[in-house]
Design a protein around this ligand. Sequence first.
Ligand code: PMP
Length: 427
Amino acid sequence: PYSGPSADEIMTKRKQYLSPSLFYFYNKPLHLVDGKMQYLFDDQGRRYLDAFGGIATVCCGHCHPEVVQSMVNQSKRLQHSTVLYLNNVISDFAEALVSKMPGNLKVVFFTNSGTEANELALMIARLYTGCQDIVSLRNAYHGNAAATMSATAQSNWKFNIIQSGVHHAMNPDPYRGVFGSDGEKYAKDVQDIIQFGTSGQVAGFISEAIQGVGGIVELAPGYLPAAYKTVKDAGGLCISDEVQAGFARTGTHFWGFQAHGVVPDIVTMAKGIGNGIPLGALVTTPEVAEVLTRRSYFNTFGGNPVCTAAGLAVLRVIEKENLQENALAVGNYLKNRLIALMDKYEIIGDVRGRGLMLGVEFVTDRQQKTPAKAETLHVMDQMKEMGVLVGKGGFYGNVFRITPPLCFTKEDADFLVDVMDIAMSKL
Ligand code: PMP
């Protein structure tokens, strides 16, 4: 049993000593003290089914024994910066990551976070092309440092300290976008931006394969191939941000971009890569990586032995436990059950996503698609009371983000939907 400070005491200290920009889920924020696979436990010993932590941190499950053991073993042996010395773990993990990549994506750079991986990607694109202009998508989230914040396109995540030279293209959002599911029509906007807003040459294009923070928005089919072609024709590099959609989550493929039939020039990743420890990576081609041979990119802890030991264990566990197949099977089952709820509740405007990266959008009017923000919050709170945690996102804060650890079972999916059904029946 937990015997540390109470939730109220923690809250008082947080208010006094931590950033005023911190925000919390739930009217009464959860005080979590333990995690085990798809479950979390609060200070009272109450168990919660975690249908969101997959994105926040874990892909194999909270405190997965094999991942923990790998880190413990490595911590006892050596933890250091491996940039300046030789150590086998970093090179073994780089080799293992590359084996998961298509095409000529064969060179890895390690970082500590998704933000850093994307900052590096944008810098490499600019160095490689000698151009400044970047195209990203409206409703995207790529990080919180200068370049990534510029590429991010959601007002609440944006500060007025941004870099110039970033253009936000029309979002190929099948639910809210003006061209519905016609990806090629949205891609024309990338062409227009390049033609009317740049010299005609650009540094690159960055997008998520499925927007996470933006509310689990799948890019309309046909969009990425057309946008990539336009960007390549303008000399730019194509960057796929796999921070959320990567690592087997979408079920059909290991990486989100693969469902679109494209091969990016740069792939970035973080979050699930180390099952919750700070680690990020960028993978690119030898030709693109070459731009950094004449300069140095130094990152003290990027790819340190303990974090890369966790990364290696994650890849082993995904394979050994067939987590990609599980994401597909359980994800399809869960999605179908959520779609069935649409017949019962008018307020569900859309159910979307792939594998174990699903979104449920709440609207007060299906025709007008008016965001039902208050109702979303209410249902989310009620579900927490019944022991199920989901995430929330979308530009209007009216989308449930269902992104559990990949060990989620059909029984878990049933429990989630049954609890959601009860919460919604009381709206
Ligand atoms: N890219 C995407 C798609 C993300 O969702 C996030 C984090 N929400 C990031 C990048 C930034 O990652 P980090 O918070 O590790 O810097």
